[in-house]
Design a binder for this molecule. Sequence first.
Ligand code: SF4
Ligand code: SF4
Length: 131
Amino acid sequence: MVTKDEINERLVRLYADIAAHGYTLCSGQHEKPCKLPHSCCDPGVCDLVIEQAKWDWDVEMPRTGHPKYPLMNPDGSCSAPPHMRPLCALHCCCIAAFGFHPTDHEWTERYFELRNEINNLEFEKRYGDDS
Ligand code: SF4
Ligand code: SF4
């Protein structure tokens, strides 16, 4: 049986992988870079992340002092690691708008491969025998 610690280790890796996969679109490694970086951020989401980090990982996320976004660093990066901000790690504009990448089938396939694995592990973590 897979233990909760093992599930968490896998989730940490998978959230980092899916955030990096999404970032290839934002950063322009894949095509044109985002014209409005961080426009997907929302202070209410930062607040949710702070609550969820405590609930799910027993971690107190410190606020950065950013004037608008409680978890944003001065350079615009996020102070929360991807597994503590699942909403943000999974977010990609094309997925939110269309449910797929309009021109890159392989990118979409990889996105959902990672996302399905995450969904299965999140389910197992919450409702599996070890929970
Ligand atoms: S998710 Fe969308 S709005 Fe956010 S940085 Fe990436 S391309 Fe820009
Ligand atoms: S990526 Fe970070 S700064 Fe942006 S909404 Fe998510 S938690 Fe807040």
